[in-house]
Design a protein around this ligand. Structure first.
Ligand code: 9PG
Length: 531
């Protein structure tokens, strides 16, 4: 059926229901024909790291480079779409500043803007949609409420304050370094000490590697002795060729229609693959893995690279991809019992109600941005504070449903390339997002930096959102608008060089050289800065 809204906007759906806050549509395809072509569109990225921002509709949409990173940073199903589009929802800004919003209330759904027509579609079957015009904050609060009714929200009330090993040590962790830091943290008010990537034998073989000869249980016990929760990182849905599962249980992995393995991205020097969570062998393995981590004593778990479970492919059971992921996440969450669950690299809607915290942006890194990625590779899903701020600001509407993790902040100024302003923007955003974490190493900080960190952890400021990008923190106005802009579109020459660089980066051997170089400079940095 079709109706006209404000005389000029034509809506088509299977059914249309009026409510006091917008229209509830249903249908596998719904369309909203607008009176004019809007100037701004809200891109909604698929998972934590996928670009999420308001952007000019006149801007050309190009797939990010290199294509080896498509599966890791975007929804590969829509990567070649030339029109403004996004996962589950989309919005346009109207002349009077109000927004017109179309958002799915179910999974496997997508919105795109085709000139003057906003189109919503479900990949399989039909589903519900919210269509609403209004003040942006009102619209999102209504959307969050409807999602909560359908998908649920987190269980744990207060987020924890987390020390995380990644953004100082990266994968160069070992018990000596970690225990030294744990001791040096003293009485700094951290609720969690979280061990990140680097403890495992390989991606897919979640046993401690040679650097942790005493096992992971011992580490959890040492952390608990300090009165903190013990946190551990895993990427349970990724399988690297170096793991036993890859060789012994190839049938557990996600395949495409032609029977080839689905590539889930590239990391740690190898192409990685995805677990098919509907496979009768894979599921018990996943559950046993979660139970093992709990039995080791970890009561805060960061599950990363979760998008792998929702990639397109042919599954053992004929279940839609995001539903298959959600079923798998539910099993993992149940096996984790009352441990805090932080999801990362996770598709947003399909994770709601099954996690306590969610990373809503890219990795920060100790730098602002990367010219290579911004200008040449038109890739905004990679680490960098600029990218992370942009996504996080645009996803704070999720706060009623989940603890929104903006990634870590830095108080240490050395070794760190961020300016004091950039560090303070990040700190302010963490207070706003309400999730506080850092990888700062006490031995690298001055006394006043440590005091700054302590004050940040202790403080519980009153936050008031003033507009899309501005907030009051205890009465102090902070406006992010000048700091979350999109870099200008590259000109033809830059674009040409970028295309060449993108092709090069698609060669795994070239990526290996980059990885090796990054590792060399990490080792050098750690040598120059003893812990
Ligand atoms: C551990 C990390 C940290 C981090 C996660 C995730 O190559 N990449 O572009 C890339 C992107 C993200 C990423 C790692 C690599 O980060 O977000 O907090 O846990 O994994 O490997």
């Amino acid at each position: 059926m079709s109706i006209l809204l404000f005389d000029q906007t034509k809506i088509t759906a299977d059914s249309i229901k009026y409510t006091h806050t917008g229209l509830l549509l249903s249908g596998s395809r719904v369309t909203v024909v607008l009176p004019t072509v809007p100037r701004l569109y809200l891109y909604s990225g698929w998972q934590s790291w996928s670009l999420t921002t308001w952007i000019e509709t006149s801007r050309q949409v190009k797939p990010l480079r290199p294509s080896i990173m498509h599966a890791r940073e975007a929804d590969p199903v829509y990567i070649r779409g030339k029109k403004p589009n996004g996962s589950w929802y989309g919005a346009i800004e109207m002349a009077d500043g109000k927004v017109l919003f179309l958002g799915a209330l179910g999974l496997e759904s997508h919105v795109m803007l085709d000139n003057q027509t906003l189109k919503g579609s479900y990949e399989t079957g039909a589903g519900e949609w919210l269509l609403m015009v209004g003040d942006e904050m009102e619209v999102f609060s209504r959307y969050a409420q409807l999602l909560q009714e359908r998908l649920g929200k987190n269980r744990i009330k207060e987020p924890y304050r987390v020390w995380c090993s990644w953004y100082s040590l990266y994968d160069e962790i070992d018990p000596t370094k970690l225990l030294k830091i744990l001791a040096d943290l003293g009485d700094l008010p951290f609720d969690v000490f979280q061990i990140d990537d680097g403890w495992q034998k390989s991606t897919g073989n979640w046993e401690p590697n040679a650097k942790f000869p005493q096992g992971m249980q011992k580490m959890a016990a040492r952390i608990h002795e300090t009165g903190r929760k013990a946190g551990l990182w895993l990427a349970p849905l990724l399988i690297s060729p170096a793991s036993d599962i890859f060789h012994e249980h190839r049938d557990w992995l996600l395949h495409d229609e032609q029977g080839h393995l689905v590539k889930a991205g590239y990391n740690w020097g190898d192409v990685v693959y995805a677990l098919d969570t509907t496979h009768p062998g894979a599921l018990p393995w996943l559950i046993a893995l979660m139970e093992k981590v709990r039995a080791w004593g970890y009561d805060y778990v960061k599950l990363d690279f979760l998008y792998a479970g929702a990639l397109p492919g042919k599954r053992h059971l004929d279940v839609p991809r995001e539903t298959a992921y959600r079923d798998g996440l539910l099993k993992m969450r149940t096996a984790l019992g009352d441990a805090y669950l932080l999801v990362c690299g996770s598709p947003i809607l399909p994770s709601l109600g099954l996690c306590d915290g969610m990373r809503i942006g890219q990795d920060v890194g100790d730098y602002w941005d990367s010219r290579l990625f911004d200008d040449f590779l038109i890739n905004f899903g990679t680490p960098g504070v600029h990218n992370a701020l942009r996504n996080t600001i645009n996803r704070l509407w999720l706060q009623p449903l989940v603890h929104t993790d903006p990634d870590v902040v830095f108080f240490g100024s050395h070794p760190n390339q961020l300016t004091p302003l950039q560090r303070s923007l990040l700190q302010d955003l963490a207070q706003i997002a309400g999730f506080k974490a850092t990888s700062d190493i006490p031995a690298w900080m001055t006394e006043s930096e440590q005091a700054g960190l302590r004050g940040f952890l202790e403080k519980r400021p009153v936050i008031q959102q003033k507009s899309r990008t501005s907030f009051e923190i205890d009465g102090r106005l902070v406006d992010f608008s000048a700091h979350i802009n999109m870099p200008a579109q590259p000109g033809p020459f830059t674009n040409f060089i970028g295309a060449v660089l993108g092709r090069l980066a698609d060669i795994p051997a070239v990526m290996k050289i980059f990885d090796a170089e990054n590792h060399r400079s990490l080792k050098k940095m750690l040598k120059e800065n003893p812990i």
